[in-house]
Ligand binder design. Structure first.
Ligand code: NAD
Length: 525
């Protein structure tokens, strides 16, 4: 059981509900405002007024951070503004299940008889201040595992919802008002059914492929049956060769001929290809309808379903067309991996190794220490790997949603990987296999350029090999694939932004001249 944090506006019942939740979960309850008041020896309103907001927030951070870091599960009721402190918010979202309690300004005004003990009220009327705070904190309070409106609802009822939520395995992707939750489960189509119900769609547009319909169609039908909604299902031919504008057109045509409206939800049910296509189609249908990602391949669970990159391929190269468009939900049911061919499972691991190499030392250690169990598809270890990868991806996306900085690190192995994939006509290698080869080639080149410590490419190659992934290709093929490097998105006229590994689990993006890269890749002087 993880810690539960109740955050949100004043007078939404955080303490009352928090006590009830703690009782039901058998956990201690702490009110961080009360701890602060006791420690300083005066009410929080007075501390705020006397010391100012910056000092007040420092007090809050000092009290809250150790409570999140010690691994002891508790129920914590936060002060109204605690989540405005980024370091506190990020720590809470990683260590706890965070629930935002909301209420309308009118409800808040009716519940606050006197403003004297409220730090943030100042001279304004309670109603005006509540309106201001709700508008000001929309982005901050949007970052949570669930938001619950408390107006007219009994504390017991709300506490029961929170207890149910706390037992789920979820990761929050904090992106202000575009935040969403990734839920991990096993053999539970009802989890998707419930997620869709919460979104209250007018109809469903499902994008999937033939393999999924054959092998996981029963799961999908079970998930959608309880909704009783009209479903338009687009079943594509499987494979990267179909990640094209023609497939996007099929989705548009089917949805529009069914007369979908803006309350429709697109469900991406499949691997990264279905996910990228469905996400892009959703971003453009009627200028944008909501999308729920239901990844079924390991690659799409650990990488492509999270972060909002969508799009399709062009004859000039891979993923050259697309948009950033965040899903509203991601539902990962690990049972889907049962029918995933082992070669596809291995290919999915390439993206995990990639993110571990540049960002996540503990994930790198997990991969190296449990490589054989992971390669065999051990259910429990895979769940840990998927969860750790989603968290790793969340940290990158939180920092850099639109790839202007840290997110570019995730392109490690993709400059050459994409070129090899395109050159191979999407038939010779799976995406993950091309990424494994590309990663080893790029790291070896960075070693030759003095950007990466010697021995790193060997360490990466050895891990890929333990997962049964290819790591080499002949130089003639690299030469033949080079024209595709020239049409890469990450390229400027004469250089490419290349992610390089700078230590175990650490990396940065370097600008490397294309000629120098080519010489370093082919080993030429
Ligand atoms: P994919 O969608 O082609 O799926 C691989 C194969 O496995 C397909 O044949 C599919 O039918 C089958 N499959 C999937 N789930 C299955 C299951 N549970 N049981 C049986 N068969 C199953 O490819 P992928 O490897 O999932 O994804 C690769 C794509 O993802 C590439 O196009 C790549 O560019 C993209 N990608 C996108 C991002 C992003 O951030 N958007 C990140 C990484 C990769």
């Amino acid at each position: 059981m993880r810690t539960v944090v109740l955050s949100g506006f004043m007078a939404t019942g955080k303490s009352t509900i928090g006590r009830l939740v703690a009782e039901k979960l058998g956990l201690p309850f702490l009110d961080t405002d009360a701890i602060l008041a006791e420690e300083v020896g005066r009410p929080v309103g007075e501390i705020f007024a006397a010391e100012g907001e910056a000092r007040f927030r420092d007090h809050e951070a000092r009290i809250i951070q150790p409570l999140l870091a010690d691994g002891v599960p508790r129920v914590l009721s936060f002060g109204g503004g605690s989540m405005t402190i980024p370091r506190v918010r990020h720590a809470a979202l990683e260590a706890a299940t965070v629930v935002t309690l909301t209420a309308t300004p009118e409800t808040i005004a009716a519940r606050v008889p006197s403003p004297t003990d409220r730090p943030n009220l100042g001279a304004a009327s309670v109603l005006d201040r509540a309106r201001d705070l709700i508008a000001l904190r929309r982005e901050v309070y949007g970052e949570c595992h669930a938001s619950i409106a408390t107006d007219g609802r009994a504390p017991e009822e709300i506490a029961a919802c929170i207890v149910e939520l706390a037992r789920r395995d979820t990761v929050a992707i904090p992106l202000g008002v575009r935040s969403y939750v990734v839920e991990l489960t096993h053999g539970r189509p009802d989890v998707l059914g419930a997620a869709l119900k919460e979104l209250a769609p007018s109809s469903i547009v499902t994008v999937t492929d033939e393999n999924l319909v054959t092998m996981r169609g029963a799961w999908l039908d079970a998930a959608l049956a309880s909704l009783g909604l009209r479903e338009t299902r687009i079943v594509l031919s499987p494979g990267e060769a179909n990640k094209t504008l023609a497939s996007i057109s099929r989705i548009w045509d089917a949805a529009l001929s069914e007369g979908v409206d803006r309350q429709a939800v697109v469900v991406a049910f499949g691997g990264g290809v279905a996910g990228d296509l469905a996400g892009f189609a959703a971003s453009t249908l009627l200028r944008g309808v909501r999308c729920v990602q239901v990844p079924t391949s390991l690659l799409s669970m650990v990488d492509s379903s999270v972060g909002g990159k969508t799009g399709f391929d062009h004859a000039a190269g891979k993923n050259l067309l697309g948009a950033f468009f965040q899903p509203s939900r991601v539902v990962i049911d690990l049972e889907h991996l049962k029918t995933l061919p082992p070669r596809e499972r291995r290919a999915g691991l390439a993206e995990v190794v990639k993110i571990a190499l540049v960002r996540e030392p503990p994930l790198l250690e997990l991969l190296e220490s449990r490589a054989e169990a992971i390669a065999r598809g051990d259910r429990d270890v895979l769940r840990d790997v998927v969860r750790a990868s989603v968290i790793a991806k969340m940290r990158v996306v939180r920092e850099d949603e639109h790839e202007t900085g840290a997110r570019a690190l995730l392109n490690l192995g993709h400059t050459l990987g994409h070129a090899l994939e395109s050159h191979g006509g999407y038939a010779r290698w799976l995406h993950g296999e091309a990424v494994a080869i590309g990663t080893v080639l790029e790291i070896a080149a960075a070693e030759r350029l003095g950007l990466t410590p010697a021995g790193t490419s060997e360490r990466a190659a050895s891990l890929f090999e333990r997962f049964g992934l290819p790591t080499t290709v002949d130089l003639a093929t690299v030469d033949a694939a080079w024209p595709y490097v020239m049409s890469d998105k990450k390229r400027t006229l004469s250089a490419v932004k290349l992610p390089v590994v700078t230590g175990p689990g650490e990396g940065r993006v370097e600008r490397v001249e294309l000629d120098a890269l080519r010489a370093a890749v082919t080993g030429a002087e």
